[in-house]
Design a protein around this ligand. Structure first.
Ligand code: PLP
Length: 384
């Protein structure tokens, strides 16, 4: 199989697996316990927190572990809104192309009386910092704009948005689930107040995420219970997953430049091959995008049929449409770029990672060209 869906999830690194293993078996203590087995788990968790903080330019006490990127996004948006509602804030600014974890959290806050401004993006998927500035009002509680988009890879001007939010005195959350491990992040320099992470996007385990909360900016709790995570997020910590996440982020930071070079080269090779197929267009920003994500649309192609055929040919890829939720609606991201409905339906997202090879790239181009050709022949209206 050729795996070209690294934006959906990544294979666990062997080094990460090795680092995690002891915490599933010998070191199974509850980190809140006073005896040595518990203290060992506690120390491992605190060391992981330090590692993650160092990679992000944060301090360890600003890192909170969650169960996934979705939980981090929910916590940032809902928790901040609920916390600030008591001081009369009732407005959230976000963009039209956020992940559903942010968009649906914002929609949930609308039901709790908040007003939500969903900023449009340009045809490449970029949010204008000026539009963010204009959208901010005295009653704005939070601006939530993703670092990089999961479908098209477009990277947002996070630094500019961070600076203008700080100046306006409004909290800035960024969903960095796709960016972390791929792009450099420095929360202090970029004036980020809240930042979401998810380990399984950078060769770490699934089921573990983190939220960076700048000191004093911790949202209201989403999960109440025990005193874990300094009383901000209850639930017995999963030391194995936390250790795995830290190891994965550390490795990703060390391998970043090399991975960028490799995945960008693979993406460019496949892009050149696919754009040579007639009726093919590139979606997203041609330059300002994640190195490993390529999103294209094919005229006269149903994206779902293309994916099924590619699967039969041994290629794991994804389309821009919300296939995972069983919906056949085209992607909200592609529609927000102004891409016509039919082309949004005929989209393909290929995402490359550190385990892909040049041979994968060549096989993908060859196979996609063949399948697109076959599907177009099949769907051609008979003449006469
Ligand atoms: N945000 C973005 C941009 C994502 O790409 C994803 C996962 O696809 C998430 C949030 C959700 O992360 P998780 O799968 O860890 O809940």
């Amino acid at each position: 199989m050729i795996y070209a869906d690294n934006a959906a999830t990544t294979r666990l690194s062997d080094e990460v697996w090795a680092a995690m293993q002891p915490y599933f078996t010998e070191q199974y203590g509850n980190a809140s316990a006073v005896y040595r087995l518990g203290r060992n788990a506690h120390s491992a968790i605190e060391a992981a927190r330090e590692t993650i903080a160092a990679v992000l330019g944060a301090s360890p006490m600003e890192i909170f572990f969650t169960s996934c990127g979705s939980e981090s996004d929910n916590w940032a948006v809902k928790g901040t809104a609920r916390k600030l509602a008591v001081s009369g804030k009732n407005h959230i600014v976000t963009s039209a192309i956020e992940h559903p974890a942010v968009l649906r959290s914002a929609a949930a806050m609308e039901k709790e009386g908040f007003e939500v401004t969903r900023l449009p993006v340009d045809r490449f998927g970029q949010v204008s910092p000026d539009a963010v500035r204009r959208a901010i009002r005295p009653e704005t509680a939070l601006v939530s704009i993703m670092y990089a988009n999961n479908e098209i890879g477009t990277v947002q001007p996070v630094e500019e948005i961070g600076a203008l939010c700080r100046e306006a005195g409004v909290l800035f959350h960024t969903d960095a689930v796709q960016a972390a491990g791929t792009l450099p992040i420095h929360v202090k320099e970029q004036r980020i107040d809240l930042l979401s992470l998810s380990a399984h996007k950078f060769y770490g385990p699934k089921g573990i995420g983190a939220l960076y909360c700048r000191r004093g900016c911790c949202p209201a709790n989403l999960i109440d219970g025990g005193a874990q995570e300094r009383r901000h997020r209850a639930g017995t910590e999963n030391a194995a997953l936390i250790v795995g996440m830290a190891k994965a982020l550390e490795l990703a930071a060390a391998e970043m430049a090399e991975k960028e070079k490799k995945t960008a080269a693979l993406r460019d090779r496949v892009q050149a091959g696919l754009l040579a197929i007639p009726g093919t267009t590139l979606n997203g920003h041609p330059v300002n995008r994640l190195p490993g994500i390529l999103n294209v649309s094919f005229e006269q192609i149903d994206g779902q049929s293309l994916l099924f055929r590619l699967d039969l040919e041994g290629i794991a890829a994804s389309s821009g449409s919300a296939c995972a939720s069983g919906s056949t609606e085209p992607s909200h991201v592609l529609l927000a770029l102004g891409i016509p409905y039919e082309l949004a339906h005929g989209s393909l997202r290929l995402s490359f990672g550190k385990y892909n090879t040049d041979a994968d790239a060549d096989a993908i181009v060859q196979t996609v060209a063949k399948v697109v050709n076959d599907l177009r022949k099949q769907s051609a209206v008979p003449q006469g």
